[in-house]
Design a protein around this ligand. Structure first.
Ligand SMILES: Cc1cc2nc3c(=O)[nH]c(=O)nc-3n(C[C@H](O)[C@H](O)[C@H](O)COP(=O)(O)OP(=O)(O)OC[C@H]3O[C@@H](n4cnc5c(N)ncnc54)[C@H](O)[C@@H]3O)c2cc1C
Length: 478
């Protein structure tokens, strides 16, 4: 294949197999390649989605209006070179500055550029689905759906990423029928393109993915209308154009409680306001402490946080880029986008269309899109690999049902509590243990730590990765 990938692993022997080639798997590969000077290192990265190698769900969008929800200066692939992405972006297009919110597609180009830069003979990308990983003496056999495809490896890093949303249900728990008008996953842009030009669309969910979908639908056709519905009926907050300043939050030492943290954050926001500092600086000031805070909440406090505070926290923490917020505001003002609380009360199949009852209104819709967020309960997975690993007890759910049981380093914990030596998990499936493993700043830190563990401490500073960019995104539109 033109990108150096292949669909036939044949019989491979490698040091590390990475399962999943979205941002998490790619950042794992990049950080290992950068940390290791061993010419004999061999990484094989398996990705089932040939069109989206290194992009995954988030950066595989082809809609340039889908912007990063973090400024360029937060998005480097390497924790110790924080300017790396911003420098790359400026070389790609000098109009981009470090505090800008760039198209997500561009971040995908960055990751692909880095793979070209660092990959060489030491990285092989294979376009197949991994169906099983079998523990052997001193390593693993990776079984794929490719022809005669097996790999024997010392270490396996699972990076299966974001699952599709769970089946859409009404607030009373009734499943929404499978029908032509029902779009069960929000990340299928081809399906969105098939929505009629004058369609009335119901989006279930009101987070950042729902915002993406609304933008695509409403920008593409001036005759479409969107009704967004969620339990709380609240959109994510927006970033400001300017940086919100800095605010150091005095996190107490020792054990913490969810209520205590909420009181602390409210107090800090009030104090910041008195001093003319925006609340966003307080929220951003907590971000570097998130993992340590999570560690110091016992299980009952984690549950309390999830039950009481998580939605408010995520709405303030995962913010819309200013340009996105402005467009959404325009659609609301024009009456083309409405946002409702109270969830879906009922959905009746009318054949080509459906009738949707909300708390305060009933409407007929041409399409219903499920933007309720990824399914996190891995015990309900239909993914063949996860199913096999679960059935054999090689992996198990974490105690909160947010993903896979693992240590803070990402070592997989088998059912029964034993660490599986040599098997790791990175990215979203590890959030039950580390909490912050969803966005790039945390994923790249996680993968850099894992890289150091797998390759040994780096002697001296790892080599700087040359910044490409110039030929990668010529004349990028803004
Ligand atoms: C829509 C969206 C926008 C986001 N925007 C931002 C942002 O602006 N900034 C930010 O910091 N974070 C953002 N995030 C969060 C974060 O960056 C993503 O969650 C992250 O990209 C997750 O990547 P991933 O590799 O873990 O998962 P995915 O993107 O889901 O990729 C997983 C890949 O693994 C493959 N795979 C899975 N199982 C197998 C298997 N058995 N064999 C072979 N291949 C397999 C899949 O086909 C897929 O290609 C966003 C997330 C989403 C969903």
């Amino acid at each position: 294949m033109a990108d150096g990938s292949s669909s036939d692993p044949g019989s491979l022997t490698a040091t590390v197999a990475i399962v999943g080639g979205g941002a998490s798997g790619t950042l794992t590969a990049l950080n290992i390649l950068r940390a290791s000077r061993d010419p004999n290192l061999r990484i094989v990265l398996f990705d089932a989605d040939p069109g989206r190698h290194h992009l995954g769900v988030a950066y595989g969008t082809t809609d340039e209006r889908h912007l990063l929800n973090l400024r360029a200066l937060m998005m480097s692939a390497f924790p110790d070179e924080p300017d790396h992405f911003a420098t790359w972006a400026r070389r790609a297009d000098p109009r981009w500055g470090p505090t800008d919110f760039l198209p997500r597609m561009m971040y995908g180009r960055y990751l692909r550029d880095l793979v070209r830069e660092l990959g060489g003979d030491r990285l092989r990308v294979v376009s197949v689905r991994v169906e099983d990983v079998i523990t052997l003496e001193g390593g693993f056999e990776v079984v794929t759906d490719g022809p005669g495809a097996t790999a024997f490896v010392r270490h396996v890093v699972l990076a299966p990423g974001v699952a599709d949303p769970p089946r859409l249900r009404t607030a009373e728990g009734e499943p929404v029928p499978d029908a032509r008008w029902h779009q069960p996953t929000p990340w299928d842009l081809a399906a969105l393109a098939g929505v009629a030009e004058d369609a009335a669309v119901v989006i279930v969910g009101s987070g950042l993915t729902a915002v993406d979908v609304a933008l695509t639908l409403l920008e593409e056709s001036p005759r479409r209308r969107v009704c967004m519905v969620s339990r709380g009926g609240e959109l994510p907050k927006a970033h400001l154009d300017e940086m919100p300043g800095e605010w150091a939050v005095p996190i107490p030492s020792g054990a913490l409680t969810a209520d205590g943290l909420a009181t602390l954050v409210r107090g800090q926001i009030a104090l910041a306001k008195e001093q003319g500092v925006n609340w966003r600086a307080v929220v951003d000031g907590i971000r570097p402490h998130s993992q340590s805070i999570w560690r110091r909440l016992d299980e009952s406090q984690r549950r309390r946080f999830l039950a009481e505070y998580v939605r408010t926290w995520l709405r303030h923490r995962n913010r819309m880029a200013p340009a996105v917020a402005a467009r959404i505001g325009t659609f609301i003002a024009a009456g083309r986008l409405t946002v409702h609380d109270g969830g879906l009360r009922s959905v009746a199949d009318l054949g080509e269309r459906c009738r949707v009852r909300l708390a305060e209104t009933t409407l007929e819709a041409d399409t219903v899109v499920n933007c309720t967020g990824p399914m996190t309960d891995i015990t309900r997975t239909i993914d063949p690999l996860l199913r096999s690993l679960l059935d054999r007890g090689t992996i198990g759910p974490d105690s909160l049902g947010l993903g896979m049981a693992c240590t803070e380093l990402g070592e997989v914990i088998a059912r029964g509590g034993r660490i599986v030596p040599g098997m790791y998990v990175v990215g979203p499936p590890s959030i039950g243990t580390v909490w912050e493993a969803i966005s790039v700043p945390e994923i790249r830190n996680q993968t850099a730590r894992l890289a150091e563990h797998l390759t040994g401490p780096v002697s001296g500073h790892p080599p700087s990765v040359p910044v490409g960019g110039r030929d990668i995104w010529p004349g990028a539109a803004r």
